[in-house]
Design a binder for this molecule. Structure first.
Ligand SMILES: Nc1ncnc2c1ncn2[C@@H]1O[C@H](COP(=O)(O)OP(=O)(O)OP(=O)(O)O)[C@@H](O)[C@H]1O
Length: 260
């Protein structure tokens, strides 16, 4: 089994943290008093049974949902009351958030379009299409990094499901996020794509933090440095995969329901 990219988690700095994060819907607490520290250059997994609160935590961190209580800090700034678009511009980006793949554009044009955003070209609509050519170098670099360069001229709609998800990751990386949130990146993928996307995530995490919700525990054990286990909205356990997977409470609550 491949080793995670970083072996000394305590050394990298916390880039995203939550304290006492809580979200109630009426009398029901979907997320209760969650503390989270996401570190640079690490892949951090958020796991737990169905309904544990993982998606709600993602929605709180990206500010799609406003917390009922608690605080969130991104790169040293309190973002508890910050609007979602500003949080995204500060560098916290969720994979599907801005990276919808345009099916009728080529792979290269999808990435060039995503690259317009940080370069602010999208507001300069009077520029000729050829002005996008100056983004070719960076677009090709990104496509090479995710292994899509040979398909640069393929129309996105013609890609397999797994390759489309890879293109989605490339368009997200075009925004140069400091913290990348991935919601079940392996969902619906075959084994070959899972191996490929695992390698991509491991590589991209060398330069940024990755927080991912993932149900595939062999992927979690393979590429994640740190694992937080949620159950009924609360943190049940955390640590490296070897530690949490041996925790009897986790085995009872979670592992029995999934592939171990
Ligand atoms: N807008 C809402 N109103 C009421 N209850 C909600 C709302 N959103 C989520 N919940 C409830 O909060 C709990 C946590 O849901 P959430 O989707 O965060 O879990 P999850 O861990 O992502 O689950 P899954 O793995 O099935 O996606 C569930 O009981 C869900 O029904």
């Amino acid at each position: 089994m491949a080793q995670p990219a970083v072996q000394s988690p305590k050394e990298s700095r916390v880039v995203l943290s939550a304290r006492g994060l809580t979200k109630t819907f009426g009398a029901f607490a979907a997320v209760k008093d969650v503390d989270l520290d996401v570190r640079d250059a690490q892949v951090h997994a958020l796991i737990g049974p169905n309904g544990a609160g993982k998606t709600t935590v993602f929605n709180l961190l990206t500010k799609f949902l406003q917390p009922s209580a608690g605080s969130i800090n991104l790169l040293g700034t309190d973002i508890t009351r910050t609007a979602p678009d500003k949080v995204a511009r500060m560098g916290l980006v969720r994979s599907f958030q801005i990276s919808a793949v345009f099916p009728h554009l080529s792979v290269l044009d999808n990435v060039r379009t995503a690259l317009q955003r940080p370069n602010n070209l999208s507001t300069q609509f009077w520029l000729p299409v050829s002005s996008l050519d100056r983004l070719n170098g960076r677009a090709e670099e990104l496509l090479t990094a995710v292994g899509l360069i040979k398909e640069r001229n393929t129309i996105a709609a013609d890609l397999s499901y797994g390759r489309k998800r890879v293109l989605e990751i490339a368009t997200t990386l075009a925004l140069d996020p400091k913290v990348l949130l991935l919601d079940e990146p392996m969902a619906g993928m075959g084994q070959e794509d899972i191996g490929n996307v695992s390698n991509i995530i491991r590589e991209v995490a060398k330069e940024r933090a990755v927080l991912m919700v993932e149900h595939n525990l062999s992927v979690v054990s393979d590429i994640c440095h740190h694992v937080t286990v949620l159950q009924r909205g609360e943190i049940l356990a955390e640590g490296d995969y070897a530690t949490v997977s041996q925790d009897p409470r986790v085995r009872t609550a979670y592992m029995g329901e999934e592939e171990a």
